[in-house]
Design a protein around this ligand. Structure first.
Ligand code: NDP
Length: 255
């Protein structure tokens, strides 16, 4: 990680109980160049032993309950986060929480579609909308664009790329997940169009195919390597990255 994350005073991660969210928390918390305040949210924080241990041992790490599917949970998390960050606001929101229900043409159901759309596309929009005043507060205290000011990072997937449905990408049969991530990509572009003038950088990030509960044991990347790449990309964000779709190595992905 480069030193530029030190200028990011606060970061909030959704879905920090396990997988990429937990690893983001671990690497951020243990870095010497870390944001002073790291807010790890999860729908059931006490259910994750590692999350509990980190928040008990690392100064500046706070756990907040947040079920991103519940507007009530979003509202109470917002109050808690407001009292943690105070007048400095929130520099970076990472919308990481997601689900993947396996659905091919034979098994896809309206219920699987709606549930996945709610968690993977609708929830990141409404979490962002709720936390916008805190991001605007942080953006008002700096200039330029990047993690030092204010950013919304949507953890997407190359499987949400419509271009990638041609060629080898056609082999991944997952209607609900792919469609929900394509919708999240549009959420990212709409947010980028609205929030750029407020100095809030918005982008979509693909973590690679990662060995987590979601990615499975055959995935190409360890969660450590994926997250180390993601954090390097985050450290180096500039206005050129606003509204972009990138992978964990910093390469642009076609929409
Ligand atoms: P995991 O399944 O390992 O973890 C998912 C996380 O999301 C868990 O912490 C889970 O919490 C949380 N979550 C799910 N629903 C909610 C909710 N309603 N409210 C709060 N938290 C919720 O997934 P990964 O870590 O692999 O994935 C992280 C992100 O990376 C996702 O956006 C995913 O789509 C993306 N991604 C992953 C890839 C991979 O290969 N792993 C590839 C491309 C993208 P709980 O423990 O409570 O269930």
């Amino acid at each position: 990680m480069t030193a530029s994350l030190t200028k990011c005073k606060s970061v909030l991660i959704t879905g920090s109980s396990r997988g990429i969210g937990l690893q983001l928390l671990k690497q951020l918390a243990k870095s010497t160049d870390r944001p002073a305040t790291i807010i790890a949210t999860a729908r059931n924080p006490t259910g994750s032993k590692e999350l509990q241990e980190l928040s008990n041992t690392c100064p500046g790490v706070y756990t907040v309950t947040l079920d991103t599917d519940s507007q009530q949970s979003i509202s109470s998390a917002l109050k808690e986060v407001q009292s943690i960050v105070g007048s400095k606001g929130l520099n970076c929101l990472i919308n990481n929480a997601a689900i993947n229900i396996s659905t091919d043409i034979d098994t896809v159901t309206p219920e699987a579609m709606m549930k996945t759309f709610q968690t993977n596309s609708v929830a990141p929009l409404f979490v962002t909308k709720a936390f916008l005043p805190l991001l605007q507060t942080a953006a008002g205290q700096s200039t330029g664009m990047g993690m030092h000011r204010a950013a919304v990072i949507n953890i997407s997937s190359i499987l949400g790329s419509i271009t990638y449905t041609r060629g080898e990408g056609a082999n991944f049969k997952s209607y609900a997940y792919r469609i929900s991530k394509a919708a999240l990509n549009m959420v990212t572009r709409c947010l980028a169009a609205d929030l750029g003038s407020h100095g809030i950088l918005c982008m979509a990030l693909h973590p690679g195919w990662v060995k987590t509960d979601m990615g499975g044991p055959l995935a190409e990347l360890t969660v450590e390597d994926s997250v180390s790449g993601l954090l390097t990309v985050l450290s180096n964000l500039t206005d050129n990255d606003h509204g972009e779709f990138k992978d964990y190595r910093g390469n642009n992905i076609p929409w």
